[in-house]
Ligand binder design. Structure first.
Ligand SMILES: Cc1cc2nc3c(=O)[nH]c(=O)nc-3n(C[C@H](O)[C@H](O)[C@H](O)COP(=O)(O)O)c2cc1C
Length: 218
């Protein structure tokens, strides 16, 4: 098996409680983000951008997240409050990948998918540089007040917070879907039975119609 096959076949997220220093250097991070941005993107719309959360700003952002949490949960217990305060301290670096749907003839859905591809590519790129990753959203990715603090425009959506660090241990394998339960060879009239997939419709599509302010990669 080639190194790249082995890399792809054994990839795993690392739990944040296992995530340690060091983070990628600034140079490594630039390389990682360049790779992350090298994704299929229908119409070359660049419908995503990065926000890097590192160093002391992790604690500063945590303070602001804590304030938002307390305002929304006045009865919050100390344990919950310190979780919010320390949310971005759980790894030495975090990159928010933000999906921005742009005006144009290319479907919104495809622009969102491209942002997901950026998240995965970012994980792969950081992993290839020897770092551990975990792609999380958690409640704060969906919170309007927190998005403001982060500098995310209201109509944009956080596709993921990619936490990056170093792991001393290799995470254990986890169960994966059986291939024959998620794939079939097309044959006229045959529909793959995939359990409860129906009944799940997208509750809300991101809004569109705003102007493009900047190209975040320039
Ligand atoms: C869009 C997205 C959001 C996610 N958000 C969370 C989250 O908020 N909390 C969580 O525990 N796992 C979350 N996960 C799952 C983890 O990223 C991780 O994939 C999983 O725990 C382990 O799978 P892996 O080892 O195959 O990467 C999310 C995954 C995706 C794709």
């Amino acid at each position: 098996m080639s190194d790249i096959q082995n890399f792809l076949q054994t990839r795993r997220s690392v739990p944040l409680k296992q995530m340690l220093e060091p983070a990628p250097s600034d140079t490594q991070l630039q390389e990682i983000l360049q790779i992350a941005a090298r994704v299929p993107d229908h119409g070359r719309m660049c419908p995503w951008y990065f926000i890097i959360i590192k160093g002391e700003q992790r604690a500063e952002l945590g303070q602001k997240l804590k304030d938002i949490y307390i305002a929304q949960n006045p009865q919050a217990e100390d344990k919950e409050i310190s979780l919010e305060e320390g949310r971005f301290m759980r790894a030495p670096l975090c990159v928010a990948v933000v999906s921005r749907i742009k005006k144009g003839k290319h479907p919104q859905w495809e622009q969102i998918l491209s942002a997901g591809a950026v998240c995965m590519n970012l994980c792969h790129a950081a992993n290839a540089h020897g770092f551990a990753t975990n792609w999380l959203t958690e409640w704060c990715a969906y919170d309007t007040e927190f998005k403001k603090v982060l500098g995310v425009d209201e109509p944009d959506n956080i596709a993921g917070f990619i936490y990056i660090g170093t792991s001393a241990e290799k995470p254990a394998e986890r169960e994966r879907p059986e291939l024959n339960e998620i794939s079939s060879v097309w044959s006229n009239g045959v529909i793959l039975a995939t359990g409860d997939k129906y009944g799940n419709t997208l509750e809300e599509w991101p809004k569109t119609g705003f102007s493009i302010k900047k190209n975040p990669l320039k």
